[in-house]
Design a protein around this ligand. Structure first.
Ligand SMILES: [Zn+2]
Length: 419
């Protein structure tokens, strides 16, 4: 029943005067107002749904982009038409990188979009039966393989879920209009996405704790909410409930029993075994490299957590991602430097996220030029896997016929401003 057009990603030239507004039935209203106070628009939502069947985003001049009207527990909200995110103009809150530029395309069977939201199958159970936890395996870092075949994966690992959430919240998209992004901004966008998702049939909003930005005045309220979250991770006999914690790593400290993981904005630490932490460091080398914490870079982690026998929140698996200080993901610190430089040059771009797949994508895609320009950072050399990946990418670029902006990190950065 859904049919999305086949236009490539919207170009900047098509950005509309009415950008930032949506049409609900016969009225045009600001997106920000609808998102912030959906309850004020209940009757309009109802009318749009029964009379038109959908809402219309006015971000483009050359076409009207439809939005799905969803209703959960009496609360209306707007969502992207399935696979329709790339039809919106870059800078529109519903713009998404095209699925051809995302590891998401390999997970068609793990993500089901229906009338009442998105259902995700996670490969790791959130309810565990049996006495001992079998720690799930963190997927190995993507192997560099040329011409890898896209195979549909039936369930997502933690990194894929982290990338999915980041991408759904549009945190891999940068528009100069947005300005710097704080953790508070990220959390708001992530929670909005979580509210629309179920994971392994559980409401993601209940299973996921996105660390709240620290506010002294709210500290007690936030602690109480954290305790309630932990309370849901109770062990009933041999059944253990697990939860997901999404936050920014601040420090990993050795203790007598393993490691203590401190998250930014959060007083209460998490705990993990030294063995798990070693495995995680090996699996996510760019997030834990020597450069990872320099120049304001950040390490974002999605943790699978359960309560230990004594009640401590214990990490049983963890996926990590390097980001810039504005939480734009990067696969290396050179890429992070490029993302910062692109933002400083006032460019609009997105970062294709590979999930845990091996597909070949450009490092960045500039969307403020038509046609889009691909950006490639040629970094660490010498490793055979790297050389293979570089060859795969070069043939991908030859075939795509796109303009390529390259930076060989031994050279100064090229001019990035729009000409
Ligand atoms: Zn739009």
């Amino acid at each position: 029943m859904y049919s999305a057009g086949h236009r490539p990603a919207a170009d900047a030239g098509a950005a509309s005067e009415a950008a930032g507004q949506v049409r609900l039935a016969d009225r045009v209203v600001p997106i920000a107002a609808v998102r912030e106070h959906p309850e004020r628009y209940t009757s309009l939502f109802g009318r749009a749904r029964s009379e038109v069947g959908h809402a219309v985003c006015l971000c483009r001049t050359d076409q009207l982009v439809r939005l799905v009207i969803r209703c959960r527990a009496g609360r209306y909200h707007l969502a992207n038409w399935p696979a329709g995110g790339q039809q919106h103009a870059p800078g529109c809150p519903w713009f998404r990188s095209p699925s051809a530029m995302s590891g998401r395309s390999a997970y068609a069977e793990a993500i089901t979009v229906g009338e009442d939201g998105t259902s995700i199958r996670l490969s790791t159970p959130l309810t565990v039966r049996g006495a001992t936890a079998a720690p799930s395996d963190t997927p190995a870092p993507p192997a560099a393989s040329a011409g890898s075949v896209t195979t549909a994966r039936r369930a997502m690992g933690l990194l894929a879920l982290l990338h999915y959430l980041w991408e759904s919240a549009q945190l891999n998209v940068w528009h100069p209009r947005d300005g710097r992004r704080s953790w508070r901004d990220c959390r708001e966008l992530l929670n909005e996405q979580a509210g629309d998702c179920r994971v392994n049939r559980l409401e993601l909003a209940d299973a996921l704790w996105v660390v709240p930005a620290f506010q002294r005045a709210q500290a007690e309220r936030i602690n109480a909410a954290w305790e309630r979250f932990l309370g849901r991770l109770a062990n009933f006999g041999k059944v253990r409930r697990r939860g997901l914690v999404l936050g920014e790593l601040r420090a990993v400290e050795a203790t007598d029993y393993g490691v203590r993981i401190r998250l930014a904005h959060q007083r209460a630490p998490l705990f993990a075994s030294a063995q798990l932490m070693d495995r995680v460091r090996r699996s996510y080398p760019s997030a834990f490299g020597a450069q990872a914490t320099q120049d304001g870079r950040r390490q974002v982690a999605l943790c699978l957590v359960e309560r230990s026998r004594r009640g401590y929140p214990t990490v049983v698996d963890l996926a990590a991602m390097l980001t810039t200080s504005s939480y734009l993901p990067a696969d290396s610190s050179y890429e992070a430097a490029m993302a910062d430089a692109l933002a400083a040059a006032g460019r609009a771009f997105h970062k294709p996220l590979h999930y845990d797949g091996t597909e070949v994508f450009p490092d960045f895609v500039l969307v403020d030029v038509d046609p889009e320009t691909y950006v490639e950072v040629w970094g660490v050399r010498g490793r055979e896997s790297y050389e293979m990946r570089k060859r795969a990418k070069q043939s991908f670029y030859r075939e795509s016929g796109r303009t390529l902006l390259e930076w060989d990190v031994r050279e100064p950065m090229p001019v990035l401003a729009r000409s």
